[in-house]
Design a protein around this ligand. Sequence first.
Ligand SMILES: NC(=O)c1ccc[n+]([C@@H]2O[C@H](COP(=O)([O-])OP(=O)(O)OC[C@H]3O[C@@H](n4cnc5c(N)ncnc54)[C@H](O)[C@@H]3O)[C@@H](O)[C@H]2O)c1
Length: 323
Amino acid sequence: MNVLITGGAGFIGSHVADHLLVMGCRVHVLDNFHSNYSREQKLLNIRSSLNHSAYHLHEGDIRDATALANLFRQYPFDVVIHLAALPGVQASLQHPDAYTDVNINGTRTLLHTMHQFGVRKLIFGSSSSVYGDSPAMPLQENSQQLFPISPYALTKYKGEQLCRHYSQQYGIDITCLRFFTAYGPRQRPDMAIYQFLEAIRQQRPLSIYGKGTSRDYTFVADIVQGISKAMLRVNGFAIYNIGSGCCISLRQLITTMERVTNQKALIIQKPDRPGDVAHTWADLTQSKQKLDYQPTTSLSDGLQQMADWLSSRSTYANLSFVG
Ligand SMILES: NC(=O)c1ccc[n+]([C@@H]2O[C@H](COP(=O)([O-])OP(=O)(O)OC[C@H]3O[C@@H](n4cnc5c(N)ncnc54)[C@H](O)[C@@H]3O)[C@@H](O)[C@H]2O)c1
């Protein structure tokens, strides 16, 4: 199977690529190495795959229709996993136009190219943020109460609508997966878990915004499981939650990090930030039934793996500095 992963040098995409190579797929990654974080980290993400004979890296932009057409002309893709995006709520408040351009226009360009070249299957990386501050918990895919409260969330909501349109009008089979806060090795450095763990490990103060918030935190291997199972079952148009099914308070998260690192957190409490929702919690009934999705990694195991990854990176950085 020939798979195109857009955004495949990023956090989630690089894990998906690793997994699909093990499954025996031919993997093509399209990524423009956007400067949302360092090119070096993205190159490290794909370092192990780069030498694999079934792995092909294409540096390019999903908004570039000509480059996309050339790529699709050259390779007969069976399925596209669309993860390229500008992610993150807070940066979207600073750069709403850039988010609209990449996440909406880029998605439209990709869908149009798929239609032109007759590629029939797509998995779209959507987000729990589309629910916004929905009052109904746990969050269900068929909820009519979607209240996106950030430019990022709006772009993901619009991306789902574009997918629905292309599926209904042009018969492309599309599954949108709403990921709930992914974490694990290779996580983006702007994300809270990365910043909290680094602060605790280095005994620096960490800022916590808002009181009483809670999240459904999903280990990246479970996200990958959801994507690969959806990829094998994509049919018609569907939307599924991909989460852990657990709702963890900020206090519980920090306590678990303290246990895993064996260090105390130095907390600075700050007020709520605009754009951040108060609570997320995935209802997994549909994804379990229809995708056979089953998250398996507990928060403490996942945080342990992430802390080990952060330690190995600093050891590596220290060694290369000394060397
Ligand atoms: N990480 C999470 O918790 C989370 C939660 C919900 C949804 N998502 C979605 O999952 C996807 C992957 O997220 P991630 O955390 O791995 O982010 P990431 O930033 O690590 O990966 C995204 C990749 O897309 C690439 N990219 C950006 N603009 C591009 C463009 N115009 N053309 C080609 N490539 C481009 C980036 O260089 C990056 O490598 C995104 O669509 C994100 O919105 C992530």
